[in-house]
Design a binder for this molecule. Structure first.
Ligand code: SF4
Length: 209
């Protein structure tokens, strides 16, 4: 597994990327080109290089229940992402949710050890390419073809109350030095507000593949 991961950014705490309070990071780079992608700046190569153990330590220090990985495409750097999670779990029990543009079936038959390692570490997988024509406004996923798959029983007790409670999409907007980030799957109204903010210098951190 690689010891360096290239990410767009991370947040220490969020409540809109899965149950409980979570930390999250966004992998830089994506092989897909979904029409309507809300994270176009995360598709290309680049980003910030982090030592996997250093990123793990930074995320651990937040003391959250777990981590959510989005992008970009997490499985494009599967080995490094798996290394981050393994490093965290050497020191503490942490859950893992991954948003990916691949389907579970595509990942399962990939025949790649790094992909298999990240998949094996994942408790919940939100899978599939974003389909703008199937964007139904439901929370926690970008379009209706995407599935929220339980790959372990870690979140069974809170799954329905979190994912199946009626309600709209929620986002968080964080203001930092020279940077504005949006976390969560935005509604059409939230997206309009965000695009105005981005036009004056924000950086999109939208999570839905
Ligand atoms: S929506 Fe997600 S999977 Fe699709 S191109 Fe954008 S980052 Fe990649």
């Amino acid at each position: 597994m690689k010891d360096v991961i290239y990410i767009s950014h991370y947040v220490s705490r969020t409540h809109v990327l899965g149950p409980y309070e979570r930390s999250a990071f966004w992998v830089q780079g994506c092989p897909f080109n979904c029409d309507g992608c809300l994270s176009p700046e995360m598709r290309g190569v680049g980003g910030t290089a982090f030592d996997c153990r250093a990123l793990a330590a930074e995320l651990l220090s937040a003391g959250t229940e777990g981590v959510t990985i989005s992008g970009g495409e997490p499985f494009a750097q599967a080995g490094a992402a798996a290394r981050v999670i393994a490093s965290m779990r050497e020191r503490a029990d942490r859950g893992l949710i991954v948003y990916t543009g691949y389907t579970y079936e595509e990942l399962s038959r990939a025949g790649d050890a790094d992909v298999a390692a990240l998949l094996a570490a994942t408790d919940i997988l939100v899978d599939g390419r974003y389909r703008i024509d199937l964007d139904d406004g439901r929370p926690y996923r970008g379009s209706s073809n995407q599935r929220v798959l339980r790959l372990s029983d870690r979140y069974d007790s809170v799954f329905d109350s979190y994912y199946n409670t009626p309600g709209g999409r929620r986002v968080e907007i964080d203001l930092g030095p020279g940077r504005v980030t949006l976390t969560g799957v935005p509604s059409a109204a939230a997206l309009k507000v965000w695009e105005k903010m981005r036009s004056i210098g924000g950086t999109l951190a939208q999570i839905a593949p």
